[in-house]
Design a protein around this ligand. Structure first.
Ligand code: A3P
Length: 345
């Protein structure tokens, strides 16, 4: 009997020991694979990145942690100077389009070790009051970063605001401009859904999309409706082209960013002259959310807030057809100007 109990105990200890060793080996393998997934390689010099600026991944992760503390304001001036941290004006701006996937794009680009995002929409160029505060005010709104990193800001209102192209041009005529677009009718409905949700939150009633998008007098598309106007991408882009050559823009396919984000992000890395560092490891599909979420490392994952990826209300098919027909010629012009063609109906 005693012998049987001892044997059972030995068996249990053996199983527990194997489990512990197995977990340890798994962890070692995972940490190792992290380094392999984002190998070190020289960084291209367009943004002033030099070989000696290279930081090994673990150091980068450590520094990212420190950056987090600085952003939270838990750092003294001395610490900031010691770490060589600076607040830099953006080298690239996501100028729009509202509901195109601007937040997802910014957050995904922020996975890149050479990118630092301005978390909030700054609204410097589209808001007269902010703009009057000057470029130094704008710079001070930027997060702390290392000199070799690039800062990216997103304020989707920039794309449609009259004064913005000239103002950005005056600050930096060689800035890189990112525009993320979706199929125009879907984008307009997404825009409407956001406003509708705001009204519902305040217990207010709101019109149906159909009523806003179609002029009841003419039965034609209501071009005075902002959600419709914003989706006429070519009209807005033409204003920007008075200041910036088309080479300074990169168009991101917002519909593809939802279903297949990596290739879209790789195109952006190329446009920004960044070495390819964002990998499939950094993006995983979350079936509950129905969207890709972000994986920074073995412990830190995040999905976008619930306000991203709302369920759209059903819209009358004849209205959708009318809108698609309306947008068609503008889309053709947009493809022609940008050199990027989409399968929009
Ligand atoms: P919907 O709410 O219409 O689905 P923006 O950030 O410019 O406001 O865009 C919001 C849109 O980003 C959402 O529109 C959603 O479809 C899209 N999106 C793209 N990738 C996403 C992701 N990984 N998680 C959540 N939303 C994402």
């Amino acid at each position: 009997m005693l012998f049987k109990q001892q044997a059972l105990l030995r068996q249990k200890l053996f199983v527990l020991g194997s489990l512990a060793i197995g977990s340890l080996l798994y962890l070692v393998a995972r940490v190792g694979s992290l380094d392999r997934l984002q190998p070190l390689c020289p960084i291209d010099g367009r943004f002033g990145l030099r070989d000696q600026d290279e930081i090994p991944l673990r150091a980068l992760q450590f520094k990212r942690g420190l950056l987090h503390e600085f952003r939270k304001g838990n750092a003294t001036k001395e610490q900031i100077q010691l770490q060589n941290l600076v607040q830099q004006l953006p080298k690239a701006i996501i100028i729009g389009v509202r509901k195109g996937g601007t937040r997802a794009l910014l957050e995904m680009l922020n996975l890149h070790p050479s990118v630092v995002k301005a978390s909030q929409e700054i609204h410097f160029f589209d808001n007269d009051e902010n703009y009057a505060k000057g470029t130094e005010w704008y710079r001070k709104k930027m997060p702390f970063s290392y000199p070799h990193q690039i800062t990216i800001e997103k304020s989707p209102a920039y794309f449609i605001t009259e004064e913005v192209p000239e103002r950005i041009y005056k600050m930096n005529s060689s800035i890189k401009l990112l525009i993320i677009v979706r199929e125009p009718t879907t984008r307009a409905i997404s825009d409407y859904t956001q406003v509708l949700e705001g009204k519902e939150r305040k217990n207010k009633t709101y019109y149906k999309f159909e009523k806003l998008a179609i002029d009841p007098n003419t039965c034609e598309v209501n071009t005075k409706y902002k959600a419709v106007r914003t989706s006429i991408y070519t009209k807005h882009l033409e204003r920007w082209l008075k200041y910036f050559p088309i080479e300074q823009f990169h168009i991101v396919d917002g519909d593809r960013l939802i279903t297949e984000p990596l290739p879209e992000l790789q195109l952006v890395e190329k446009f920004l002259n960044l070495p390819p560092r964002i990998s499939q490891y950094n993006l995983y599909f979350n079936a509950t959310r129905g969207f890709y979420c972000l994986r920074f490392n073995i412990v830190f994952n995040k999905c976008l807030a619930g306000s991203k990826g709302r369920i759209h209300p059903e819209v009358d098919t004849s209205v959708i057809t009318k809108l698609r027909k309306f947008f068609h010629p503008f889309n053709q012009k947009f493809y022609q100007i940008t050199g990027r063609t989409f399968n929009w109906p």
